[in-house]
Design a binder for this molecule. Sequence first.
Ligand code: SAM
Ligand code: DTB
Ligand code: SF4
Length: 366
Amino acid sequence: MTIAANVPHLSADIRHNWTSDEVQQLFSMPFNDLLFKAQTVHRQYFDPNEVQVSTLLSIKTGACPEDCKYCPQSARYDTGLEKERLLEIEKVIERAKEAKATGSTRFCMGAAWRNPRERDMPYVTKMVEEVKKLGLETCMTLGMLSREQAIALKQAGLDYYNHNLDTSPEFYGDIITTRTYDDRLNTLQNVRDAGMNVCSGGIVGMGESASDRAGLLIQLANLPEHPQSVPINMLVKVEGTPLDNVDDLEPFEFIRTIAIARIMMPASHVRLSAGRENMNEQMQALCFMAGANSIFYGCKLLTTSNPDTHEDVLLFKKLGINAERTRDFSDEAHEQALQEEIAAQPSAADLFYDATATKTPSVTEV
Ligand code: SAM
Ligand code: DTB
Ligand code: SF4
């Protein structure tokens, strides 16, 4: 929930003129000071104990013509990935229903494409319509989009389009050569112009420098509008990709990147995205404290694994975090939802969780 979106004196903090010097200074702050600043900004705009929960599904896997060096789905690298054709709509609906039952509010569908072909559009728009009917927010990531494709997706009911800038313009050429940074910016413009929410962020831990991490955040924050959702991915190293053996990023540098994303884009949801499986609970808790307020929930991302749902339910419980609900209620329904949320606050006796339960746990049951 955005608390301050309509409060003028707080909205003044939304800036699009961040300079490199300023952002470098944020990166050089003592860790505790930086986290305090990020937490202060976070509390002006959001409930600090609420995290948005999305579920990902790969609707078309592998055999991608692009050469993104981090990606297990590129046809150029032998990662042993089983390629799959575009999923049937019925299967997508089934998975979306499961996601809803476990408490996800947004369903994100990803395809290993450079861009959708015209003949794919009727299928993907139908998927959006059907998932939307279930009462879920919809998100897609299908590669580059033309203006017309963005409009068609918006008309089908797509709420968010994910298209990452991935890294700084300076480092970009070391990672991807088959499409340019400007291609990415153009897609983001087409998505914005079509009236959809933008989900755009990047990957850290690819061997980039601190100034590249700053450069990525400057590009995102200085867009004409801040992306409503900013996924910060820690590289998931996959055998067979050119980045398999890159050095690990110092975990505190990752947390700093989250904190600075929060400070620079105060009203955006910052997603603690890929890479959580290699993070312990304490590291994830620090990311939430730094201002991350969205995660992918479910044991699989697109092709790689994500923490088990039981682990996430337990972590939310330990931290007193509530899964964010969709906020398109009438006033009465809103009041009722608030009351339910208050009633659902964990009591001390509630802090133990039954690890023998077999049903996929729901994040809203904590
Ligand atoms: N093919 C489309 C595209 O590239 O725009 C959509 C799918 S692509 C897999 C979506 C995003 O996933 C990429 O932009 C990248 O940021 C992220 N991603 C892919 N592989 C990753 C990895 N190994 N670790 C972390 N993030 C990754
Ligand atoms: C994003 O920024 N991260 C997600 C989503 N957007 C599509 C994808 C992460 C993919 C991690 C590697 C994989 O599972 O294939
Ligand atoms: Fe293809 Fe997207 Fe992977 Fe790049 S990130 S190789 S475009 S699936």
